[in-house]
Write a protein that binds this ligand. Sequence first.
Ligand code: GLU
Length: 300
Amino acid sequence: MNGRPAPAYRGRFAPSPTGALHFGSLVAAIGSWLRARSRSGSWIIRIEDLDPPREVAGAAQQQIETLAAFGLVSDEPILWQHQRHDAYAAALRQLVDAGHAFPCWCSRSDLQRSAGLHHSPCVAAPAQDRAPAWRLRVPDLTLGFDDRLLGRYEQPLATEVGDFVVRRVEGYYAYQLAVVVDDAAQGISEVVRGADLLDSTPRQILLQQRLGLPTPAYLHLPLALDAAGRKLSKQDQALPIDATDPLPALRAALEFLGLPIARLSHAASPPALLAAAVEVFDVAAIPHTASIVRMRHGSA
Ligand code: GLU
């Protein structure tokens, strides 16, 4: 003990408004909330509305209301990524000035013809008449991190990812850049999210290093699969959750995260159930592998 208080825990839930929240989103929201509360920390909602063509009108508001019906309310004003373009532009400028990002006019078919799956050197000549994409130059190294649930994860970036897009041809900033800029701006100390984003994390750590930003801790939660063993997706409307009757899905999500649900049966409202869940939440009990969701209907 050096007498200094430990830095405050800050966690977040960052949905893209591409459809209604499904059971997998609920697991990520609750997992990140439980982790923050069990550390006496803050939990913040961020709406990742970066990609207007994929956005569903009204989805962001509906997601916020659904979360509230489950007792999950942001401790700070919600951050909307559509209001953050200046910060992303500044980050891109920093990368370009340092020689880490470059303009790229390669088309999809150029990439297929030359590098195969991943972008390495550009093959297209610079064009005056159309805008480029901007890519981060990826060095030939393996980047790894220690996930707080899953342990060591390593990825050879050049062969598995290649030089990746940080700003798209259409002018939209890429998720990878925006998430890194905002996690740092919001002082997020630990990112808790679904394991579908595990293989994005080395890219995000590389961007943090290139931008001189701190790397938060990461904890990736098991994925929820539908009865056919497929990953749930918002676009498929897979296992949507019912905000008018939150308790069954809330109990199922807590059980999915390894909580002893029978010991929580006395709690009869979402806030009471969440408060009881914080007391017994244990990261060591979270399963490591994806599993099929067993949703019981009615008051299970
Ligand atoms: N916006 C991303 C999604 O909805 C999640 C981003 C994150 O948690 O890093 O899949």
